[in-house]
Write a protein that binds this ligand. Structure first.
Ligand SMILES: Nc1nc2c(ncn2[C@@H]2O[C@H](COP(=O)(O)OP(=O)(O)OP(=O)(O)O)[C@@H](O)[C@H]2O)c(=O)[nH]1
Length: 360
């Protein structure tokens, strides 16, 4: 998951460290970094064939630490103040990296300015390694844009039952599968669940959710194809109340925010079933498109949280990084495969640790 972004962040981390290291070296009397420092180690010249009478070369030269080694281990043994100029190029590269990874512009700007604020103009502690400084700055910036996530278990625990969750989103992004996965996850967490087959629009949708529900042993409330989804979901809520079910999961037909009739149908569903949470589902692989669509959905029907599916197929990670910051609503789960267990609550700290694997 997000392997491409992890690699790119590694390069950005080394580049930022290199810039600080260069600034530190410049601050040393006679410590200017030369191009040779940043160049790859020279390829040793081939040894001349042994010529009788020539002295043998010493077995080994005293080893000089490479630039990268210096960066990783450099201890700043006196105060260093990094200037904006020192980081200009490295920050521009980081910006490009994030944009190329489909991180939305507002999130990219926030990350860059947080890293800059964290690294520029600050007196550094004696004994801090450059890599530690950089990783700390990147982690803080990413955690800032990722927000808190959404603890569904804690939410259910403190809400009146049944907790009613309405799932919305565009066609084919994995909404129905996500309803089934979350149902399975909730059951494992000890909650009782009922599913409402609110997608009465797409042929086969009712059967699809019913098959998932049967496999999982979850009760599904359904009407026939073409029925009013508000009525189906109303009945689902009534069933939950009558049977003291903890959570109602309401599937709905996929729709675009600009399709007026389907959007007004969604408004009606909301009026009738009065969801506690509206969850917007989209696919991580859609990158910036997912962020834009989530923004539009939130503007038109409102959303309380987001689930991104197919994160297992997404190397860039841009949507996951930027969606919460851009639309101001938390990311609740990541879908990470096609099996029922392939869903994970979105935990920002874990994702950041993975992205900066091996970080200080
Ligand atoms: N790799 C991967 N595939 C997923 C994930 N979630 C869903 N899918 C697949 O995506 C496809 C579409 O999923 P559905 O659940 O049918 O999508 P939907 O959004 O309900 O579709 P509509 O009912 O048309 O709106 C299926 O083949 C799922 O198995 C995921 O996290 N990872």
């Amino acid at each position: 998951m997000f392997g491409g972004l992890r690699e790119k962040l590694k390069a950005a981390r080394e580049r930022l460290g290199g810039s600080i290291n260069a600034a530190a070296a410049r601050a040393e009397p006679g410590g200017e970094i030369t191009p040779a420092d940043t160049a790859k180690p020279p390829i040793p010249a081939p040894k001349p064939d042994a010529v009788p009478g020539t002295a043998a070369a010493p077995a080994s030269e005293p080893s000089v630490p490479t630039f990268v080694q210096k960066m990783k281990t450099l201890i700043i043994d006196r105060e260093l103040i990094v200037s904006e100029k020192d980081l200009d190029d490295a920050l521009s590269e980081l910006e490009l990296t994030l944009l190329e990874s489909d991180v939305a512009l507002p999130a990219t700007d926030a990350i860059i300015s947080s890293v800059e604020k964290n690294l520029v103009g600050r007196h550094r502690k004696i004994g801090e390694s450059v890599d530690h400084l950089v990783v700390h700055a990147l982690k803080a910036a990413l955690l800032d844009v990722l927000g808190q996530g959404f603890d569904l278990k804690a939410y259910i625990a403190k809400h009146e039952r049944p907790v009613k969750i309405l799932f919305t989103g565009v066609n084919g992004t994995g909404k129905t599968t996500t309803v089934a996965k979350i149902g399975s996850w909730l059951r494992k967490e000890g909650f009782t669940v009922v599913i409402g087959a609110g997608d009465t629009y797409r042929a086969g949708a009712i059967e699809q959710i019913a098959v998932h529900a049967e496999r999982l042993g979850i009760r599904v409330i359904q009407h026939q194809e073409g029925a009013d989804p508000s009525a189906v979901l109303f009945d689902t809520v009534e069933y939950a109340k009558a049977h003291k079910i903890d959570v109602v999961l309401a599937d709905t037909a996929g729709r675009f925010h600009n399709k007026a009739n389907l959007m007004s149908q969604l408004e009606k569903i909301k009026r009738v079933m009065k969801p506690d949470l509206v969850v917007y589902v989209d696919e991580a692989v859609a990158g910036n498109d997912a962020v834009t669509r989530a923004f539009e959905f939130d503007r038109t029907v409102g959303a309380d949280a987001v689930v991104l599916t197919k994160a297992d197929m997404d190397s860039r990670g841009g949507a996951a990084i930027s969606i919460a910051h851009t639309i101001g609503k938390p990311l609740m789960f990541l879908g990470v495969g096609q099996a029922y267990d392939d869903i994970m609550p979105f935990e920002p700290a874990t994702v950041v640790e993975e992205l900066l694997e091996g970080g200080a």
